[in-house]
Design a protein around this ligand. Structure first.
Ligand SMILES: [Zn+2]
Length: 709
């Protein structure tokens, strides 16, 4: 249980958080001024400290240097007391566990910094062992150059000790490394310490500058995390020190650690400036999903084209020209570094329209290998009657030939010089002459299904969206079922589907694994906080669609944390909530064997859009929808929900006829929880008896599925 630390934003393993002291501290941060060390238990036994809301108290501890044998650590383990104030426990990667503290101090920090492999292993082991919503503190190691990489790995707290030591040694620190003060002709900084004239700038000033430089670097790091772009920054900045470059590459090898923490969608752009970008989670995940979840549903030939700088590709001039030549006679797949291949249906899907790359027309060997591998995997999975490569010589053609060779596929090449040259476009058009066009409906349906495959898993497109109608103009697609009920809409910014409650119900009923968040007995409004989460699917990633279910409500929303983090955390928003439906306790009125009509149920009508709730008393609105018509034959307008009220002696109660009508003559009435009283049920029966043209024979309480309790 962490009361004094909360994570607000996540960017991979990096987090923007808050140590909730008397004066709150935004992390990643320097803790110098707010740390109180209760002392080492090596020196003498110590009583639990008194603690203080203004500081983070490091509980009495026995620190072990890196490399201390496990049995020694066990023999001298400290039992951490349960305390009521902000506290930190001292751990090693071996002793790290949930000790009930708000923060964890890694005592081996100085032994691991500078060694990429040891560092990454230690951080990953520690971070995985302590609760997600606790802060990780690495004492005595931070510098302006390494702090971005520390934060990227998952470190929240640092101190200025090392910068001060370096300063007194005459080392001047910057984000690009360290300089001997004696070698500097001018001071490349504008901090207050560096206002001192160069000739009188001494080591004390240098230490002061170093502290400023660390704090400034942390400001950059926090801003980068906030923007979701710490990785872009690291790929450039970490290059100034070998071990830092090695560290983020080693972290890429810890794919599971980073993948769990990396959002599946976000607004932030990816800057692809180096080959290292290809190893980012976002890039690897897209390639993995396109080659293992996506399936082409068009029966037309394939046309491979180069990507465009403008995103989405279909908005670009070159793709407009390809489109004019192709005229819906082929399935378009774009080849690109760093994404691999992008089928036309997934051109909006993150990060396909969220990256920016260095356009030189020349690809590195690593890029060529990556795009070849993805294209080969794609073509192994998807068969086409013909494959036309409308690609330029530079890079692209070589890749296509290599893959065609490898898979023994026939490819037709249509470019002469440049892909948008008149001759090339004419070739492309004539190559496709005689091929059939696909229609708008096929295109839209296939887009919805492709996005569903990508987002929910292999086969999801067919399983969830077999019988649909799609309305409105691309990319703002609305998906409805056969009865016209909306299931989902395509979110153009991210190229993913946002489900309605009806869509969520389909997901739950399908064979596609549902990403679920189980909550306590409450009705969430706007969001679900982590303490309300009982359990969550381990597969949930930040940004995923999730079905939220508890005893009193069913909802659909978008996860803000991974599933494991929701379960471990005791603070913070676990998921946003898009639509919510109260699960009301129900009674079934047994109205005898004859079908009946409800007459004059409504004392008051209000028009509502679907399902909605308001804060004021007794105004929870349920769209009784088509079921009313089914149960009673009342006319019903599909686009508008209607709510009915019954006025009882002791108040005004919303009344809804909903599903669970078991046979003609039965109606199921759901009441708000607080009205679920025996006397009230009888009253409802009496009232209803007056409203239906059939006697109410019996009243049963029923469960969610309409079964008699
Ligand atoms: Zn300075």
């Amino acid at each position: 249980m962490t009361e004094y630390f909360e994570v607000h934003e996540r960017d991979g393993a990096a987090r923007l958080g808050e140590v909730r002291l008397a004066a709150s501290l935004a992390t990643p941060a320097v803790v110098d001024d707010v740390l109180a060390d209760a002392g080492s238990a090596w020196v003498r036994e110590r009583d639990p400290p008194a603690g203080d809301e203004a500081v983070l108290t490091v509980l009495p501890h026995r620190a072990f240097p890196a490399g201390t044998p496990g049995e020694v650590q066990d023999a001298f383990a400290v039992e951490y007391p349960d305390v009521e104030f902000p506290s930190a426990a001292v751990v090693t990667p071996e002793t790290a566990a949930d000790h009930g503290a708000d923060a964890y101090v890694l005592s081996t920090a100085q032994g691991i910094v500078g060694h990429a492999e040891t560092f990454v292993d230690a951080i990953v082991a520690t971070r995985e062992a302590i609760p997600a919503d606790t802060a990780l503190y690495l004492p005595g190691v931070a510098t302006p150059a390494n702090v971005a990489t520390l934060a990227y790995a998952g470190v929240d707290l640092v101190d200025t000790d090392r910068t001060v030591v370096k300063g007194t040694q005459g080392k001047y620190l910057t984000t690009d490394g360290e300089y001997f003060l004696a070698d500097l002709e001018e001071l490349p900084c504008a901090c207050p310490a560096c206002q001192t004239p160069r000739e009188s700038f001494d080591r004390e000033d240098c230490a002061e500058h170093n502290r400023h430089a660390l704090r400034a670097a942390l400001g950059t790091v926090r801003e980068r995390i906030r923007a979701g772009r710490l990785r872009d920054y690291i790929e450039g900045q970490a290059r100034h020190e070998q071990w830092l470059t090695a560290t983020f590459r080693r972290l890429d090898d810890q794919y599971a650690y980073l993948e769990q923490r990396t959002p599946v969608i976000r607004r932030a752009e990816i800057t692809a400036a180096t080959d290292d970008t290809l190893r980012r989670v976002e890039i690897q995940r897209y390639a993995e999903r396109v080659t293992s979840r996506y399936r082409n549903r068009f029966s037309n030939p394939l046309v491979l084209v180069p990507c465009s700088a403008r995103k989405p590709y279909s908005d670009s001039r070159s793709h407009g020209q390809f489109h004019d030549a192709i005229q819906y006679r082929a399935h378009l797949v774009s080849m690109t570094s760093p994404i691999g291949v992008v089928p036309q249906e997934l051109e909006l899907t993150y990060p396909a329209q969220h990256y920016d790359t260095v356009v030189t027309g020349r690809w590195t060997a690593t890029e060529r290998e990556f795009v070849s591998d993805v294209l080969a995997a794609y073509l192994r999975r998807n068969e086409y009657p013909r494959i036309i490569a409308h690609v330029p010589d530079e890079g692209y053609r070589g890749i296509c030939e290599r893959v065609a060779d490898e898979l023994a596929l026939e490819m037709e090449f249509t470019v002469e010089g440049h892909p948008t040259a008149t001759a090339s476009l004419a070739n492309l058009a004539s190559t496709l002459s005689g091929e059939l066009k696909y229609g708008k409906r096929e295109r839209q349906h296939n887009t919805v299904r492709a996005v569903a495959d990508y987002q929910f898993g292999e086969g999801a497109g067919d399983d969830l969206f077999a019988d649909i109608s799609v309305e409105s103009h691309y990319p703002k697609l609305r998906v409805r079922n056969g009865e016209g009920e909306q299931l989902a809409m395509l979110v153009p910014e991210y190229g993913v589907l946002a489900l309605t409650l009806a869509g969520a119900r389909r997901w739950v009923e399908s064979s596609v694994p549902t990403r679920r968040v189980e909550i306590d007995a409450f009705v969430p409004h706007g969001s679900v906080l982590a303490p309300g989460v009982v359990d969550a699917s381990p597969a949930v990633r930040p940004g995923d669609e999730v079905v939220i279910a508890g005893p009193e409500a069913v909802a659909v929303g978008r996860a803000r944390m991974s599933g494991p983090e929701m379960v471990e955390s005791s603070r913070g928003v676990a998921s946003s909530v898009r639509h919510v439906e109260e699960r009301w306790p129900s009674v079934r009125l047994d109205c005898g064997p004859e079908p009946f009509e409800v007459v004059d149920v409504s004392r008051e009508h209000r028009l509502v859009d679907g399902i909605r709730s308001r804060g004021d008393d007794d105004v929870t609105v349920v769209d009784r929808g088509a079921v009313v018509r089914q149960a009673t034959g009342l006319p019903h307008d599909d686009s508008v929900g209607r709510m009915d009220w019954l006025r009882f002696q002791n108040g005004l109660y919303p009344l809804a006829f909903v599903g669970g009508v078991t046979r003609p003559g039965d109606a199921v009435v759901q009441l708000e929880q607080r009205h679920r009283r025996e006397s009230l049920l009888d009253e409802v029966a009496l009232q209803l008896a007056g409203l239906v043209d059939s006697p109410v024979v019996a009243v049963h309480q029923v469960d969610q599925e309409g079964r008699v309790e």
